[in-house]
Design a protein around this ligand. Sequence first.
Ligand code: UD1
Ligand code: CA
Length: 456
Amino acid sequence: MYKCALILAAGKGTRMKSKLPKVAHKVCGKEMVNHVVDNLRKAGIEDVNVVVGNEAKIVKEITKERNVYYSLQEEQLGTGHAVLCAKEFLENKDGVVAIFTGDAPLITNETVESLIEYHINGKYDATILTSIIDTPFGYGRIVRNSEGKVEKIVEHKDCTDEELSVKEINSGMYCFDIAILMDKLHKIKNNNSQGEYYLPDVIEIIKNENGSIGAVDVSFDEIIGVNSRVQLAEAEMKMRERINKEHMDNGVTIIDPNGTYINADVIIGEDVIIYPGNVIEGKTIIEQDIVLYPNNRIYQSVIESGVTIQSSVILESRIGENTTVGPFAYIRPESNIGKNARIGDFVEIKKSSIGNGTKVSHLTYIGDAEVGEDCNFGCGTVVVNYDGKKKHKTIIGDNVFVGCNTNLVAPVEVEENSYIAAGSTITKKVPKESLAVARARQVVKEGWVKQKGLLK
Ligand code: UD1
Ligand code: CA
């Protein structure tokens, strides 16, 4: 059977007190609406339509790589009206539509699948995803008749005292037969406390016209909606727990899951050990047998097997096998560090490649450089890549020994197997297998202290 989905994301999210539309706020590094889209895709739903309205441009921008359809709800007249705005997307389709909200990012693909399966197998006209909770405050309540069949959904603000005591709530997620939904939707009225066209009202309409209503209940953890920053932090915590647990189940040691922040799209291999204070972001790949000692931020990078990293920042870069990084290294975008290399303390690497086996152990800046294999950088080397107007490139061959406190003034080349004496400022090419000394010669004046009458 044909399946598609709608995501309602036109609301402003006033309680977030933000310039960003609510659904653009991130949970574990990914926009809430994109969590929903990605899970729908995982559940095998290709055709996804997002109803946009407030800050539609931003919502379209953040979802643009995900190949979704859009419909515009110019005025936010309620969730029922939002679905009506997707008429063009839905009409002439024969099958089912699952409806979600862009502010409930914790829904899993398994639940999406079981909602749709339940709906199809039970031949329902509409199926509601519900949850039973102790404090149903704020949610729409599921009202059932004496036989336990769903009668209607009543919004919190419209509930009688008796309805308020109902603990089964509407998740705001549903599955409908498309033709029946489109036929009944325009019958919704806005004569309620908020003056809105409520999508949940279509349930009672379908039921009263001899339709059948299904309901599946799911853990509240999957459906919590984010309306405020406090709830955003709660969603973040739940998502973090889920992500960390999945990695642990896959063979990753996380010493303190409460203090480890791994984004939704990070991939981690077996036997990786993660100490507290690691923040791993973007589509980072952490291969196997890696130790992440405390306090690293790793963004959009590839960390190959056998690497250890401590108290460092790595952005949009690759770290080759068995290399060690840190403590206190800063590896900036587009850097490519080879295998068995060492990037030590207080070293900054910017847009450079460092060959296999090369050691940059301490207090060094390397920018816009191509460095060969098995080189050794003495303490305090600076690649002078900027002349005040332009950035220039430095090229260093294999097996080069750079003495301590050297400046390499770019553009400059140091050929393979050469040595640079400590304290040199290199401005000209160093040919292969040579020694370059570029500093003032030492002068010694014997007896000078006594002559000056300074001897104590
Ligand atoms: C909604 C349900 C409620 C349910 C709850 C679950 C209605 C009337 N109520 O309430 O039964 O318990 O979700 O979280 O549906 N939106 C639009 N256009 C609009 C209005 C809303 O696109 O005109 C979008 C919002 O951006 C949001 C979603 O629909 O993503 C839900 O709207 P919201 O106002 O948060 O509904 P709730 O009051 O939470
Ligand atoms: Ca909501």
